[in-house]
Design a protein around this ligand. Sequence first.
Ligand SMILES: *Cc1c(COP(=O)(O)O)cnc(C)c1O
Length: 405
Amino acid sequence: MKTPVAQRIQQLGEYLFAGLDRKKQEAIQAGLDVVDLGVGDPDLPTPSHVIEALAEAARRPENHQYPSYKGKRALRLAIAEYMKRRFSVDLDPDREIVVLIGSKEGIAHLSWALIDPDDLVLVPDPAYPVYAATARFCGGHVERMPLLRSHGFLPDLDEADRVIRSNEAARAKLMWLCYPNNPTSATATSSFFERAVTLAARHEMVVANDAAYYELYLDGVQPPSILQVRNAKDVAVEFYSLSKTFNMTGWRVGWAAGNAEVIGALGRVKTNVDSGVFGAVQDAALAALTGDWSHVVALRKRYARRRDRLMAGLERGGWDAIRPTATFFVLAACPNGMTSIEAVEWLLDRAGIVATPAVAMGPHGEGFVRFSLTAGDDRIEEAARRLEAMDLTEATRSPRTVKKP
Ligand SMILES: *Cc1c(COP(=O)(O)O)cnc(C)c1O
């Protein structure tokens, strides 16, 4: 039988990491001491009071039945209070907040909530692959917004405006942003968010900010929320996650907040697709949001220390690395004009360090590699030592990638 796999799956891009994964496994099998700074998955455990809350909640029979698809009201109230406390934003817990099975679920389903075939979707490049992949699942037409270092890794909104105008046939429905940003670690200013909201309003489209890294600011300065912009709720939604703030990537819980109609449409997709987050996980999420935050304070300090250590190694080794003020990623320019893939292979061969080629997240990631700070302190220390000791003059473009004339 010719397996009847849908076009949308066949069209998915090549998995750029596959070859790298194989190389990593080979290196490990060859007995090399590999330092894996590739994936951004927190190495530290979930705070114990959150685990306790889950254990207790798991015993309550009410949590053994189907949960509410849009989240328990108690949790949505706690989220509204957090949003008020943290950003001074007022949200209606019944209409403007929906609990998600991790923010990735909501990000994916937002496409289904908004996009019809041939609609235009603006997606940053490089970016989390889910925005573009799911837009295409819905038949959307994706236009990339380059994130350039010379522009603070913020998209050029005048250019976005031109792109929308020149695609007259396609209706612009959605513009994705991600600040604090993965993979560049850039943060947005309030005035940038203001301009993004203005652009969205002008074209009657939605602007969605993926805010998974809001709480991971490293130098004491809280990044702004797009929902703080005046009239933001006319056009904006924002996605939040407990994954990175509370080391809860495995738990699958987050939320979206903002424009009531968009949140409502997202909820309607969910009623047709999933049945919400396990009630006990919701109770644990409530415990995380309303409980002791000293763990988060300590987590920021720890990532800041790791950043300082890795940056020191990179700088002493002659790398052109960008010091992040938020997230747990360090972006570095590839030495001597190497491509992202070449640099990542070279790092593994010469130093046993696994990094992510930023080009895997979009063509404009070319020329950069991303180091994740989610490895143990001793591993970061080891990576820093190796990076410092590398001889960058040995970094050369490999002949096999030189194009034949
Ligand atoms: C980690 C991450 C997420 C998602 O996390 P969930 O675990 O699904 O809440 C979303 N966006 C970006 C950019 C991320 O790095």
